[in-house]
Write a protein of this length. Structure first.
Length: 239
């Protein structure tokens, strides 16, 4: 696979409000719910921003899934329990005004904008051991586990590979426990886009990566912000 030049990326985005939030899924009250937040924060969001959801069985075959768009978040309703779930959110165009405020518009509509970005957020959840991952082209930034994460266990390292637009990318910083320690970096990808990430929790693990890419010749944005998460349980659930 062709390796992207790490100089083409601008790295992590922790400073801008437009990209400070992540995306992942959690099982709540028997439902799979989309979480938009930063660490322990679980923020309301416009469910119309969910641009797609895909569910798969253990063999990688697609399962029909409905996105239930509630007042302040989204719930996913697959036809049967999935082994793998993917969600994408398009957070739209954001511009920073001269007085440092962010507005949900492109810079062509914000006179004097000093920064502008369009952010996309992706989530890959693996629920069942032995799940075969399908092609995940819909995830422009992907944390791809190189072994079944459900077989690793807490305290051990999970090998992953980070893909940007389908190609391995070097120098991507990974947060090993985004849900509990969102500002604590664990590791970064090597020249082949690979990294070892410590599995920290017996319960839900949310591994995250985020990047910013320059955009040329666009009237509304100067960069593209990407966030991606990989979620799984550290140990099997026991009744």
């Amino acid at each position: 696979m062709h390796l992207l030049n790490p100089l083409a990326v601008l790295g992590l985005l922790f400073a801008t409000e437009a990209s400070a939030h992540g995306l992942w899924t959690e099982q709540r009250r028997g439902n799979i719910e989309v979480v938009y937040g930063h660490g322990a924060e679980d923020n309301a969001f416009k469910p119309q921003k969910i641009s797609g959801a895909w569910a798969y069985d253990v063999n990688g075959k697609m399962i029909p899934v409905t996105v239930q768009r509630l007042a302040d978040h989204a719930r996913l309703q697959p036809l049967k329990p999935p082994a793998v779930m993917v969600v994408a959110l398009n957070n739209g165009l954001w511009s920073q005004t001269a007085d440092k405020k962010w507005v949900n518009e492109g810079r062509s509509k914000v006179p004097g904008a000093i920064e502008s970005i369009q952010t996309f957020k992706y989530s890959l959840a693996i629920y069942q051991p032995g799940a075969k991952l399908p092609s995940l082209d819909q995830m422009k930034l992907l944390i791809l586990p190189e072994v079944d994460p459900l077989t690793v266990g807490p305290g051990k390292s999970l090998p992953v590979r980070v893909l940007l637009d389908g190609k391995p990318v070097a120098g991507v910083k990974l947060t090993g426990d985004y849900r509990n320690a969102p500002n604590t970096l664990s590791t970064e990808t090597d020249a082949q886009g690979r990294a070892q990430v410590l599995v920290r929790n017996e319960g839900l693990n949310v591994i995250a990566a985020q990047m910013e890419l320059p955009v040329k010749d666009n009237a509304d944005v100067s960069s593209r912000g990407l966030f991606s998460s990989l979620t799984f349980l550290g140990e099997p659930h026991h009744e």
